[in-house]
Design a protein around this ligand. Structure first.
Ligand code: DMJ
Length: 656
């Protein structure tokens, strides 16, 4: 009662709490806040919480921005991407900037609308992605009008969202002069012909090489057929599946559909770029980037384009040198260096930095990112300006000073594909890259004057040059030059054309002799012309054959140029020898001594055997319009890249 009458002086609390209770409550509350704050740091992955506090950034799923090169973000794959191979705009471009750069581009590049309609996606789903099938392959018949509209369209994979596509695949395909796989006129004319049977045999060899790889080494870089296991090697910086990526276009070309799908699925699901080892810039470029680019141009499958571009970005740090001439080795995690064997680590190698042009222009073409083209244009500029001894290009150049480091000149190893890429740059540009053309013919002139020789027995060969003194030898690698000279003969000055055609034929004949003079009918790694011996190796260390393609590559070009049946005959000799001496129970292997008919295998099925040797053989026994040379140039790993038939004079700065 008293209490009711006499008001007690206790300050009112909003929750009706007394002072001690209030104190206790505040104490509890501050404890709770401290606990929650601490938890931010204790959680195993705080990225989700971070997102609450950090402003959101535009980022493609599965990609992470790691650095910037020339204003373009470099992206890398996150560990375990949530969805395999998402279709995204060109890396390094948000939608607005990609559209802006697309407006600057002409020719094949139009970023105007998605490549595929929803109907196409539906049709692709219902037909099992019909457009992935090689031309002429039988596809399940698409149903109804929707499917009919989709025929011949660029494919959309069912799981890929329909998003803007920076490359007009339809426009590109419509500009080709020939169907990619040709009309195969010989099949309808002579269904049972010998040449068709020969082609089928080569296809069977490819199938066997692939199946063996798949069985014993799937996902590894190479197959070791004797030990029946896989091998990663040390050229690819931790990247895997070199055989798969090198094989994609050959499988496509040969219409090995199931195998192509297996390869493609592996690329989608297992080809991860989040590696951190040391890689050869050259090898990654010609095999992986070349393989992915070709696979894209043949199929229109986004996964190949995206992976090629992302991998290309990983190579860019190699160019961070005072001259912009890249070093040969790129560490995918951090640094770059020259090869230890290249002038005590001080030099870059001509064939390596000189064989990036074709692929890098296509990386720009497919990404809109000019950085790739800028890098190779700069290499061209350095080489154009530098003094050349007698017009020759030595093999070693300092990426620091931009000076030659040794006067060793070779059209074989260390030099070879530099010359090849000059003439092919001219051809790939639809004959607009006049600088490349001039450089090529000037270089060839110097080679002819200073390196070319005819042996006492009448064999024409290209020697190696060491400061004015000749080594009278040719490497197997140099045997590609017959094909190259044939390819370039048509655009030489009138008075030189016949001469170059003849020269190409003579060099190819010499290379054939190096095969014909061995017991196995396969050629050695190097052969000499001295002491009365011609076109033979002089020591065991040069007597091996590692399934190299250069000789059959020249047969293919010479066949296309002349249709002289001798080249098919010679090609068939190689097929027979490969079957006899290199085929093992579990794949093909190189041999250690071509002069011994009891083969000692080296236990390696090289990736270029599937990319090049078998492809060139197959083309040798095919019609000329299969991967017509009017439409395609082959990179130095035999990956076809399209000639730019765009009618627009301003395409990507005229670089393709
Ligand atoms: C291939 O990787 C390429 O052809 C390269 O240009 C030289 N060597 C091998 C094949 O011999």
């Amino acid at each position: 009662m008293l209490m009711r009458k006499v008001p007690v002086f206790v300050p009112a609390s909003p929750w009706g709490l007394r002072l001690p209770q209030k104190f206790l409550f505040l104490l509890f509350l501050s404890g709770l806040v401290t606990l929650c704050f601490g938890a931010l740091f204790l959680l195993p992955n705080s990225s989700r919480l971070k997102r609450l506090f950090l402003a959101p950034r535009t980022q493609q799923p599965g990609l992470e921005v790691v650095a910037e090169v020339a204003g373009h973000p470099l992206v890398r794959e996150q560990e375990s991407p949530p969805n395999p191979a998402p279709a995204v705009p060109a890396p390094g471009e948000d939608d607005a900037s990609s559209q802006a750069s697309a407006r600057r581009r002409k020719g094949w590049l139009r970023r105007t609308h998605p490549t595929g309609t929803r109907e196409m996606a539906t049709a692709a789903r219902s037909s099992g992605s019909s457009a992935l099938r090689p031309q002429g392959a039988t596809a399940p018949r698409p149903q109804g009008a929707t499917a009919a509209r989709s025929s011949g369209s660029a494919p959309l994979r069912p799981q890929e969202p329909s998003i803007p596509f920076s490359f007009d695949f339809h426009a590109f395909r419509s500009r080709l002069r020939h169907p990619v796989l040709g009309t195969r006129a010989d099949e309808s004319k002579e269904p049972q012909s010998l040449v068709r049977a020969q082609r089928e045999k080569i296809k069977e060899m490819m199938q066997f090489a692939w199946q063996s790889y798949k069985r014993y080494a799937m996902g590894k870089n190479e197959l070791r057929p004797l030990t029946k296991d896989g091998y990663e090697g040390n050229m690819f910086g931790g990247l895997s599946g070199a055989t798969i990526i090198d094989s994609l276009d050959t499988l496509y070309l040969m219409e090995l559909q199931e195998e192509f799908q297996e390869a493609k699925a592996w690329v989608e699901e297992n080809f991860h770029l989040n590696v951190s080892g040391e890689a050869s810039l050259f090898e990654v470029n010609i095999r992986y980037i070349g393989g992915l680019l070709s696979a894209f141009y043949l199929t229109g499958e986004e996964v190949f384009r995206i992976k090629a571009i992302k991998l290309g970005e990983k190579l860019l740090p190699a160019f961070n040198t005072p001259t912009g001439i890249p070093k040969g080795v790129v560490n995918f995690k951090s640094s770059i260096r020259s090869w230890g064997w290249a002038m005590a680590g001080s030099s870059s190698v001509l064939a390596e930095f000189g064989s990036l042009h074709l692929e890098f222009l296509h990386l720009t073409e497919l990404s809109g990112n000019q950085v790739f083209a800028e890098k190779v244009r700069n290499i061209r500029k350095v080489l154009r300006k530098i003094d050349k001894p007698f017009g020759l290009y030595p093999n070693f150049l300092s990426p620091v000073s931009g000076n030659w480091m040794q006067h060793h000149v070779s059209v074989g190893g260390l030099g070879d594909s530099f010359y090849e890429y000059l003439i092919k740059s001219w051809l790939m540009s639809a004959k607009t890259d006049v600088e490349a053309k001039d450089m090529y013919y000037e270089a060839l002139e110097a080679i002819e004057t200073h390196l070319l020789n005819v042996s006492p027995g009448g064999l024409t060969y290209i020697a190696e040059w060491r400061g004015g003194v000749l080594d009278h030898k040719m490497g197997h690698l140099a045997c590609f030059s017959g094909g190259m000279i044939a390819l370039g003969a048509e655009d030489a000055k009138e008075e030189k054309r016949a001469r170059y055609r003849e020269l190409a034929a003579q060099i190819t004949k010499t290379c054939h002799e190096s095969y014909a003079r061995s017991d196995t009918k396969l050629g050695p790694e190097a052969f000499w012309f001295n002491s009365g011996r011609e076109a033979v190796a002089t020591q065991l260390s040069e007597s091996y054959y590692i399934l190299r393609p250069e000789v059959v590559e020249s047969y293919m070009y010479l066949w296309r140029q002349t249709h002289d049946p001798i080249y098919r005959e010679w090609g068939w000799e190689v097929v027979t020898a490969l079957e006899k001496y290199c085929r093992t129970e579990a794949g093909f292997s190189g041999i250690q001594d071509v002069y011994s008919s009891i083969p000692s295998h080296d236990n390696k099925q090289q990736t270029f055997f599937l990319a090049e040797t078998l492809k060139y053989l197959y083309l040798l026994f095919s019609e000329d319009d299969m991967l017509s040379l009017e439409d395609w140039v082959f990179n130095t790993e035999a990956h076809p890249l399209p000639v730019n038939h765009s009618d627009s004079p301003g395409r990507v700065g005229g670089q393709l």
